[in-house]
Design a protein around this ligand. Sequence first.
Ligand SMILES: NC(=O)c1ccc[n+]([C@@H]2O[C@H](COP(=O)([O-])OP(=O)(O)OC[C@H]3O[C@@H](n4cnc5c(N)ncnc54)[C@H](O)[C@@H]3O)[C@@H](O)[C@H]2O)c1
Length: 347
Amino acid sequence: MTLRFAIVGAGVISARHAEALGAFPGEAELAAVVDLDPARAEDMAERCGAQAFGDVETAVEATGADVAVVCTPTGLHGDAAVRALDAGAHVVIEKPADVTVERIDRVIAARERTGRLVAVVSQHRFDPATETVVEAIRAGELGRLTSGTANIDWWRGQAYYDSGAWRGTWEFDGGGALMNQGVHTVDLLVAAMGRPVEVVGFTATLAHERLETEDVAVGAVRFASGAVGTIHASTAVYPGLTARLQVHGDRGSAVIENDRLVFFHRTPAGTERPEVFMGAPGQSPNQAGEHGAGAAQPDALVRQYRNFFAALRGEEAVRVGLEENRQAVALVTGLYEAARTGAPVRL
Ligand SMILES: NC(=O)c1ccc[n+]([C@@H]2O[C@H](COP(=O)([O-])OP(=O)(O)OC[C@H]3O[C@@H](n4cnc5c(N)ncnc54)[C@H](O)[C@@H]3O)[C@@H](O)[C@H]2O)c1
């Protein structure tokens, strides 16, 4: 059976979804494009051979769409998702699920009420590098986790923030460099390190004008396991460097840079860990090459959709849903509150 899709919000990211769905001929079909701006809806609908609509309920009813993909500005995600669920569709929501945990909880309630499935896009959880590291952590091959760091060292020009009235606003973006750009790597930090329980932080707006929210955020986190972590999320790093996740334990470490495993050292269960008096890179061979570090990167959004399709068939669980994304959003909003109040925030 071919699943029929409705894309809600025909902006920049919607094109990636249309492209990813194109990787499933016979399995998925884009039937409807919804946008408040009729010209945007019609333009994309025409390009994709779909029908254009002004609201999600009419789109689902008219086309019998099975799945709605929410690509609106972030602060409107929850509202659009609840409306799509109530109209009878399953839902895929672009990251982050919404701008507060309370709003995400409303979507969780609607999901429970309707018995539909909801996935939240966090495509980098489906990168082979992330899968390798998370699997190694689960198998205990990094030992006791000690610390993790998430660094998003990016640049966004003023023209980026001027390109959409919602960008960089509290109401619709939910924050700046940390909530919009950083949430991917923060989500990976949580996937690797487990539940965050406390956060402190500072934020600043230093390299942009007419920006309500921050262009740089730093924070320190404590996880339920006792491990600690740091976050540095910025769109004020000219000319733009990398996104990097580091995870460290007493039997191994991993570094993922720009979605690729660049350093990996694990000690498999039952293997003796050589005693090291003072560690240095030369003494700890980089095993990243043994784990496909140089291989071509598959399309991670396609891989996330593959999991969602398997979940709809009842063959797999939704790997990244509302509960997973809620932890990343809680950490981001907790860091904002800590920066505002100057006090640590318990999550
Ligand atoms: N996964 C990723 O890597 C990734 C990358 C970019 C953006 N995003 C996310 O995608 C979302 C959209 O970002 P974008 O850059 O495409 O924004 P955009 O401004 O380019 O597009 C948003 C579209 O939504 C429409 N819209 C606004 N309110 C609407 C409503 N109530 N109903 C229907 N349509 C409505 C707007 O008219 C616009 O066409 C954001 O939440 C962002 O965080 C994710």
